[in-house]
Design a protein around this ligand. Structure first.
Ligand code: AMP
Length: 215
């Protein structure tokens, strides 16, 4: 049976990094709804402009828009053996949608919940810098680039995400507690939740996660 691996945890817990590592290890596609939406926000269509505003304010994009995106992405052939979901579901209606999609695809849902203290989350988010060309992620506190503001890999400029400012970070963490944290109980009740300590290096966290699949 194929697995949909859902990575949960507050912003800054390291979901994106772990999703990338898991995707490589298991040869499954990584589906990051934040990235899909950021790409949509580049367009000048009314939908693109709407998504850009919602993202910059640190708010959640509507469940209806997410349902369209996720249903069409999961129906693509590369998800036949499963996939790694990063940033979805974030609300209970999104979790219900995922149940029905997973059932119709014959996929089992496994949830990895990464937790980290709030101070760590804030430093990881406010210090995050991303390469504008290759998407490599740095952090001015934990993993600085060799030359400030420039990617080590391709020499292109690094940028700070529009929603990694102090106000949007506070808003996103509050929304996480209100809308997304209830999903932890939802998945725990059905025995599909595995919680992992998000402290330490990406490799350390990755070892904790892969141990779950080996047990
Ligand atoms: P992320 O890159 O996962 O931190 O997502 C960045 C932003 O995209 C979020 O703050 C939301 O505005 C939007 N977003 C991503 N995934 C979702 C989702 N599942 N539901 C609603 N909004 C989302």
């Amino acid at each position: 049976m194929a697995d949909i691996i859902v990575l949960m945890g507050p912003q800054g817990a390291g979901k994106g990094t772990q999703a990338q590592m898991l995707a490589e290890r298991f040869g499954l596609p990584q589906i990051a709804t934040g990235d899909i939406l950021r790409e949509m926000a580049q367009g000048s269509t009314p939908l693109g402009l709407h998504v850009r505003e919602v993202q910059a304010a640190g708010q959640l994009v509507s469940d209806e828009i997410l349902a369209e995106i996720v249903k069409s992405r999961l129906s693509r052939g590369d998800c036949e053996r499963g996939c790694i979901l990063d940033g979805f579901p974030r609300t209970l209606p999104q979790a219900w949608l995922l149940e029905s999609s997973a059932e119709s695809l014959g996929h089992r849902i496994t949830v990895i919940n990464i937790e980290a203290p709030r101070e760590t989350l804030i430093k990881r988010l406010s210090g995050r810098r991303t390469c504008s060309a290759c998407g490599a992620i740095y952090n001015i506190y934990f993993k600085p680039s060799k030359k400030e503001g420039v990617c080590d890999l391709d020499g292109q400029p690094l940028f700070t995400r529009s929603d990694d400012n102090e106000e949007a970070i506070a808003q996103r963490l509050a929304l996480y507690d209100e809308k997304t944290r209830p999903l932890v109980d939802y998945y725990a009740q059905s025995g599909r939740l595995h919680s992992v300590d998000g402290a330490g290096t990406p490799e350390e966290v990755f070892r904790r996660i892969t141990a779950i699949f080996e047990s």
